[in-house]
Design a protein around this ligand. Structure first.
Ligand code: 4AD
Ligand code: MG
Length: 460
């Protein structure tokens, strides 16, 4: 028999009648002639209480049901006379699908996030991780909705590429060569005999391909996994993470900042409206300030300041930073968090960065020293979005590639887009995990992605 309702719908419909629920036992409590079993099917945070009684053929087996066991409960939904829940199911029958032995690690007690990471295959069954991954799913849907409502076309940019968008060289190489005995030419490995007849890697960003499509379809976005072999073991970096990258033709940096701000405020509002119950868990147990933070993001326009002003604020702050700031240095997370948390206490967009610290594709401003870049920084996280207006002038783009050591041969197709019908355009990348961190208050990126990949870690 298929299940007739999931618990989330049951609790929202509240239509009294017969239901078939399939799920896992959270806890069981026995009285003389009754057993009260809390069942969860993963569809929402709430469990449903199932009342089994003596009259049931397998009552003895039901009275032994352990935490983690799987059951199918057929019964009648009715208002609960007991305390603690409004609704319960009076069971007519309980089919035991499988019994979890006592070694099931998720017994009713609190576990540390560190321990739960070692059992990432089981942690979505806990309240906290179930809630986090439902919120992640809702945010993913909201991202598509935001762009589709506004006429952006979804482009599937490639995962395997021959180029390095960010030019930072943090690439995972992909090869089909026998690494024990690779073909060689001179001393070096001969990649012309590899699968693609050249060396290839996993993408660090879908931006360059998204730009090509923006110059054809107008407004586009890509949303997919990206890979960076940064050896930084921080709570905000993963080697595999998901990025949302919109790109708009006929737009400049102001349009880009407007889109980024509208986007984040839309997503936070969407979560507040659609993830109320799950957010309640995080506001109660993970970050007491969560609702205030999210409320401010949803309600208040973001601050916008040029990089030079940000540096000024930081250097006059009198605050001790581990890294010094002066015009020309990259802002560190500690600087970004100082601005977004201590100084402004709300999201800030910093724009017009020195060109020396930004990649080749960003549009050079008239002053020659800065580029039309922008980062959105938010409390508790720092950078959540990085974007820019793109360099649409072929000659300037070519000289920037030369300056930054990006070989033009690999990017002839990108340069072509500036040869044929080039237009001003802009876009950005939002780190999806950082968004989930922002919305849930979870402070480690390893805990917002189902199976985190970080240096030394690729279990599951
Ligand atoms: O600032 P980034 O490197 O920008 C780009 O990749 C551009 N090509 C985007 C574009 O303009 N289309 O990365 C964008 C965002 C960052 O702001 C951050 O939120 C996230 O991606 N990010 C990471 N998230 C998790 N782990 C990492 N290692 C990340 N690196 C960047
Ligand atoms: Mg960045």
């Amino acid at each position: 028999m298929k299940r007739t309702r999931i618990i989330a719908l049951l609790l929202s419909d509240q239509a009294i009648g017969h239901v078939l629920i399939k799920g896992w036992v959270k806890t069981r409590r026995d009285a003389k002639d009754f057993s009260f079993i809390e069942i969860n099917d993963g569809s929402c945070l709430q469990n449903i209480q199932v009342v089994a009684d003596l009259g049931m053929a397998n009552f003895d087996a039901v009275k032994k049901l352990s935490t983690g066991s799987a059951v199918a409960v057929h019964g009648a939904l009715r208002p609960s006379p007991g305390k603690g829940q409004k609704w319960e199911i009076q069971a007519l029958s309980i089919e035991i699908i499988s019994i979890a032995p006592d070694e099931f690690p998720l017994q009713k007690k609190r576990h540390t996030d560190e321990f739960l990471r070692t059992i990432s295959h089981l942690r979505p069954r806990t309240n906290k991780y179930g809630a986090a991954f439902r919120i992640r799913s809702t945010l993913s849907f909201a991202i598509h909705r935001f762009f589709q409502e506004r006429g952006f076309a979804h482009v599937h940019t490639p995962i395997l590429t021959g180029s390095d968008c960010e030019g930072a060289g943090e690439l995972f190489q992909v090869t089909a060569l026998d690494m024990e005995n690779p073909p060689r030419s001179g001393g070096a490995i001969d990649y012309s005999r590899d699968f693609f007849h050249r060396s290839a890697n996993l993408t660090v960003s879908g931006q360059l391909e998204a730009e090509l499509f923006a110059l054809a379809l107008g407004d586009v976005y890509t949303f997919g996994p990206t890979f960076r072999a940064e050896n930084s073991n921080t709570s905000r970096h993963a080697a595999e993470f998901w990025m949302v990258e919109p790109e708009m033709a006929f737009s400049d940096l102001n349009d880009d900042m407007d889109l980024a701000e509208t986007f984040i405020r839309y997503l936070v509002t969407y979560a507040l409206e659609n993830c109320r119950e799950d957010l309640g868990l995080f506001a109660g147990f993970v970050d007491k300030t969560l609702m205030d933070t999210l409320g401010i993001i949803a309600a208040k326009p973001f601050i916008r300041i040029p990089y030079a002003e940000a540096v000024d604020i930081l250097s006059r702050s009198g605050h001790h930073f581990n890294f010094d700031v002066s015009f020309g240095t990259d802002l560190q997370t500690e600087h970004e968090r100082y601005l977004a948390e201590t100084h402004f206490n709300q999201p800030v967009i910093i724009y017009d960065y020195p060109k020396t610290i930004k990649p080749f594709y960003m549009r050079v401003n008239d002053n020659g020293g800065t580029v039309a870049a922008m980062d959105v920084i938010v409390p508790r996280i720092g950078e959540i979005i990085g974007g820019s207006q793109r360099e649409e002038r072929l000659d300037v783009l070519e000289s920037r590639m030369a300056e930054t050591g990006v070989p033009p041969e690999n990017l002839w197709w990108y340069l072509d887009s500036r040869r044929f019908g080039s237009v001003p355009h802009s876009g950005f990348g939002l780190g999806f995990e950082r968004l989930v961190m922002l919305v849930t208050g979870i402070s480690n990126i390893r805990d917002v992605i189902p199976f985190p990949r970080t240096p030394g870690n690729i279990e599951f």
